[in-house]
Ligand binder design. Structure first.
Ligand code: PXL
Length: 287
């Protein structure tokens, strides 16, 4: 089979193992041909540990890149959309989907804008509304619980969540995107954490859990969506992608904690890339 040609749209947080820095290796090792469209170049991510970070907005450059690509007739079989820097970039992404997505392309949208009950610095409720509207253009969305509550205008949930609360949240997310939803960071008890997925084809909620390592792990959401995208681009089922991403993230977080390194620079995802490749090859042996 010829490799899917795919596009990753998100920022480069130069020194951190988050966003583009994790998406490219993960999606590439899952046998996809990757192009990138950086939305901004930062020295680090925007978390509270990093005062004085630099931020170069690349909106204008994106326009020039896209014009050139259009003149080349480039099309993508898959698009992964992560952290965007502005409302204007949401409009640009809508245009990219219309212009560059092949028929039946997988459009994986991580509405990256918050965690732990709050929006990241620089994000507003107007941005949330525009992101909610963009959700319908995707084939799958991957919000965490914080983002899901903002997107659906529901009160913030507190861990451990009740299954009924999660079901209501999922139902509202399905209004924003009826095709497929994966809700991440789902903890129904404090010992395990994972994700739940639903889709038009498989409307029954499918939960996947792994060991919970309490704490906050920068980049874990970006990593999760990268695995989902990499496997969906390979046409693996949503449930398999969700299970694999949950177990990979758990391994990576355990390894990062064992390493004793600072957590705000992101997670040690490299060591377990062979695990991901093994999972892919169970379903798709090399021809
Ligand atoms: O991990 C999400 C993310 C991506 N990119 C930038 C961020 C964050 C989260 O804070 O600041 C620049």
């Amino acid at each position: 089979m010829s490799q899917p040609r795919v596009l990753i749209i998100q920022d480069i947080s130069a020194s951190c193992r988050i966003s583009m820095n994790v998406a490219v290796p993960v999606v590439s090792c899952l046998d996809n041909w990757v192009s990138i469209l950086p939305t901004a170049l930062l020295s680090t991510h925007t978390g509270k540990e990093f005062e004085g970070y630099t931020f170069l907005d690349l909106t204008q450059e994106m326009g020039g890149i896209l014009q050139h690509w259009q003149s080349l007739g480039i099309e993508f079989d898959g698009i992964l959309i992560g952290y965007l820097g502005s409302r204007q970039q949401i409009d640009i992404v809508r245009g990219i989907i219309q212009t560059f997505a092949a028929e039946d392309a997988h459009i994986v949208l991580d509405p990256a804008m918050g965690d732990q009950g709050v929006l990241y610095p620089g994000f507003t409720l107007e941005y949330v509304d525009e992101m909610a509207a963009l959700c319908n253009e995707a084939t799958v969305i991957t919000p965490n619980v914080t983002e899901a509550c903002f997107l659906t205008k529901r009160p913030m949930l507190k861990k451990p969540y009740k299954e009924a609360e999660v079901a209501e949240l999922l139902a509202d997310l399905r209004v924003l995107n009826p095709k497929s939803v994966i809700l991440t960071g789902v903890a129904l008890e404090m010992e395990t954490i994972g994700a739940v997925c639903v889709s038009q084809n498989e409307p029954e909620a499918h939960y996947a859990f792994a060991k919970h390592f309490p704490g906050h792990y920068d980049g874990a959401g970006d990593l999760f969506t990268s695995v989902i995208a990499g496997l969906l681009f390979q046409d693996l089922p949503l449930t398999v992608a969700t299970e694999t991403a949950v177990h990979y993230n758990s391994r990576v977080i355990e390894r990062t904690l064992k390493s004793g390194r600072e957590l705000h620079y992101g997670v040690q995802f490299e060591t377990d890339l062979p695990y991901l490749i093994d999972q892919l090859r169970k379903y798709k042996p090399v021809e």
